[in-house]
Structures are given as C-alpha cells and as structure tokens.
Ligand binder design. Structure first.
Ligand code: ATP
Ligand code: MG
Length: 398
C-alpha cells in the first residue's frame, strides 16, 4: 500500500468498527495500479453522512446533499462519500438528488469508466466488478455499462473520457467512442466551467495528439466555445510534438493556432470562463510569442512580460520547431536596470516640483518616457541623472 493509503487506514478501520463498509475508490486506486503518483485518496462507505459525523470528531459538510463529508484526521483531510446511485437525471447533467444505497457494487455502477470503477479494501485487495483492471492493462477508456445511457445521464462524461485518453495516453473503446460521436451535441447542456476543466487537462496530457484527434473525430469540439469553425486549425495543433507544461502555454498555443488576433484573445478566453488573472497572463504570452516569432527578445519586451512568460514563450518556440535561446533570455533579464515602475528613483511629485507645472496628462507621459529611457540605458536610474535628462528634454521641446 502507498503511504497515502496507509495514512488513511485508521479512517477505514474506524468506519468498519462502527459496523459499516469502507473502501478506497476512484482515481487513487486507478493511479496506484498504474504506478503513478496519487493525489488524494477518496473513500466510499455504506455509512450515511450523519453516521460518519457521529464516528469522527472533526468533519466539514462539503457536499452533504451528494453524500460527501470531509473528515479531518491528523492534519489531513479525506472526502468520504456514501455509496449512492444517481437515480433521477435531468437535462443530461448530474442530478441534484442522489439516493444512498448500502452496496458498493451499486455505487461503482454509477461511475463513468471501468478504470474509475475500481475499489480497494484496507488490505489492498482490488474489487473489480466491471473488468477495469483488464482495461487498465490494455490501456482502454471504456464506459461502465451501456455507453449511450451513461452519456445521457451526464454528458460531461464524454469530455472526461477524451481527457483520460490524453492524461493516461490510453485509447478509447470503440463502442464508447461511437456513443460520443452519436451524442456529442449533448455537451451543449454542460456548464462551460466544467468543460474547461476537462479541456485543459486534455491539452496538458501526454496523449494530447491522440485525444485531440478523438475530440475532433467525435465532433465534441463543435460544442466548445470558439472552436466550432476551427476544425482545420485544431488538426494543426494536434500535429505538435511536445508536452504542454502549463495552462498559460496551453491557452496561448491554442489561440495562436486558431489565428485569433491578439486583440480578440480576451473575448475567446472570457467565453471559456477563464479568470481575469489568467486572461491577462495569456494576453501577455500571446503578444510575446508573436513578437518572438519575428524577433529576438529585447529589454522592453522582457520588462513588459516578465521572466516566467518569456521562458514559457521560448518553450512554445521549441514546441513550434523553432530555434531557441533560453540563455540569452536569462542574461538580458538579469541585466535589466529596473524591473518595475516602483524602482524608478523619482516620482510624479518630484517632477511636478522640479518643473513647476500643474499635474496633467503630461506627467504620466513623461514618466513613461523616463521609464523607457532608463530601461534602454539612455539614463541612469539616479535622481540627478533623471532631472538632468528631463531638463534637456524640455529644452529641446521648447
Ligand atoms: P483525477 O486524477 O483527475 O482526480 P479522478 O478519476 O479522481 O481523476 P475525479 O473527478 O476526482 O476524477 O472523480 C473521482 C471519481 O468519481 C472518478 O474516478 C469516478 O469514479 C467518479 N466520477 C467523477 N466524475 C464522474 C462523472 N461525471 N460521472 C461518473 N463518475 C464520476
Ligand atoms: Mg480525483
């Protein structure tokens, strides 16, 4: 047993002592069988949420209506979910109402794919009602039960399936693929935020090539924001031979491949419900990438976008098959005279006084000129040097 499972054993044992069943389930069981590092262990139990809350001192109701209670145990948190079925489905989304059941098998039956429908008991014995271990060995993503029915219950599962193809570098079972192809338009019912989570994991996965081809082949892409009219461009993106390292690179490469103008990137990302912060980072990265495709990095661009984005851009250049120079990015960056406006040795007030002028638009403009002059090395970042430069500047203008 992995140490994360071992750490959680007292929890399973306490639930069992109280007379209920408890198992490890879901992604952690799958990942441990794949010998991958596991994130968090999920526990499923026959005990109802109220019963769990009686067993443990410290609990938090995180999703009690879905049967999930969070237990705090030795500085760790564990999600404990009551065995349940999802009997009433509305509108092709996961239901609000769940029905608690006492059997593990019923619980595993409602899970999406066979490799995610495995359970493991406290001694490490695997419980596998749907041939999930076989599919793990053969590297197959296969719906539990009749695929079409499962996608009718919850259309997000179609995206999850393609995401696992990428993340695990698996293939998709042909019947499962066919059911997605047939029902791809159900994706329309799903909130963009949830689609986004899966789409990004798809782009970041090591099997991205295969998964993107599947995403295109099944027509799922038609129901994703801003992708509908871009089949050809997505196919081009699928040809890239590199692992995408982070979300910023993923969005930037995507937008670049879709030939979306830099000014329109924000709209695209807003449709995908990205955060304001992420949108700003991607806009910077896109600007820098498109600069870099034509020129080398210079002080101004590095100053503007910062080191991290510049390095991400260089990684993208590598991905695009262009020659790269990480070294010079580091050395240009290290030699920048300033890294932000705040480091400039004078401020607006100083300027107003020295020039004896009322504040106005001129002041902001002048500050930008000073900032740029310091950056390219025309002035030293010292009070006197800046004053001298400003006086000269005004003499010339008058
Ligand atoms: P990850 O490594 O990305 O966390 P995961 O398999 O743990 O992968 P989660 O979204 O954390 O995925 O879900 C945990 C488990 O809950 C899954 O393994 C699966 O058994 C079940 N599950 C999650 N979402 C769905 C869904 N939409 N339909 C059916 N079962 C689901
Ligand atoms: Mg998980």
């Amino acid at each position: 047993l992995d140490h994360q499972f071992k750490q959680a054993l007292p929890i399973i044992d306490k639930i069992k002592e109280a007379g209920f069943e408890a198992y490890f389930v879901g992604g952690s069981v799958r990942d441990t069988l794949l010998k991958k590092t596991i994130n968090d262990v999920d526990i499923a139990t026959s005990a109802k949420p109220d019963e769990i809350k009686l067993i443990f001192q410290k609990t938090i109701d995180v999703g009690i209506e879905h049967g999930t209670v969070m237990v705090l145990w030795k500085d760790e948190t564990y999600e404990i979910t009551t065995f349940r079925t999802e009997s009433t489905y509305q509108d092709f989304r996961r239901p609000d109402n769940v029905e608690f059941v006492r059997s593990l098998k019923e619980d595993l039956k409602r899970r999406d794919f066979t490799i995610n429908a495995l359970a493991m008991d406290r001694d490490g014995k695997i419980i596998d009602y749907f041939d999930g271990q076989n599919d793990l060995e053969n590297k197959i993503i296969k719906a539990v039960g009749i695929p079409e029915e499962r996608f009718f219950e919850d259309a997000l599962r179609m995206m999850r399936g393609v995401r696992f193809v990428s993340q695990l570098d698996f293939d998709m079972d042909s019947e499962t693929e066919l059911a997605i192809q047939k029902n791809h338009s159900l994706l329309e019912k799903i909130a963009v935020e949830r689609i986004q989570v899966e789409f990004i994991k798809l782009l970041l996965g090591s099997g991205r090539k295969k998964a993107l081809a599947l995403f295109i082949r099944t027509n799922l892409f038609r129901y994703c924001p801003g992708l509908k009219l871009h089949k050809k461009e997505l196919e081009e993106l699928a040809k890239l031979d590199c692992v995408i390292e982070n979300r910023i690179i993923a969005w930037t490469l995507l937008i670049h491949h879709l030939n979306i103008p830099t000014e329109e990137a924000e709209l695209f990302l807003r449709e995908w419900k990205c955060s304001k912060k992420e949108i700003n980072l991607v806009k910077s990265a896109l600007f820098a990438l498109r600069h870099r495709l034509k020129n080398n990095f210079n002080r101004q661009v590095l100053y503007q976008v910062g080191l991290q984005i510049a390095l991400d851009v260089e990684t993208m250049m590598e991905c695009l098959g262009r020659s790269v120079d990480f070294e010079s990015i580091h050395s240009i960056y290290e030699e920048l005279p300033i890294y932000s406006k705040k480091e400039i040795k004078i401020n607006g007030n100083d300027l107003k006084e020295v020039l004896n002028r009322k504040p106005g638009k001129w002041l902001g403009d002048l500050m930008i000129e000073i900032e740029m002059a310091i950056l390219v090395g025309d002035i030293l970042n010292e009070k006197q040097a800046i004053f001298d430069w400003v006086s000269l500047y005004y003499e010339e203008k008058d």
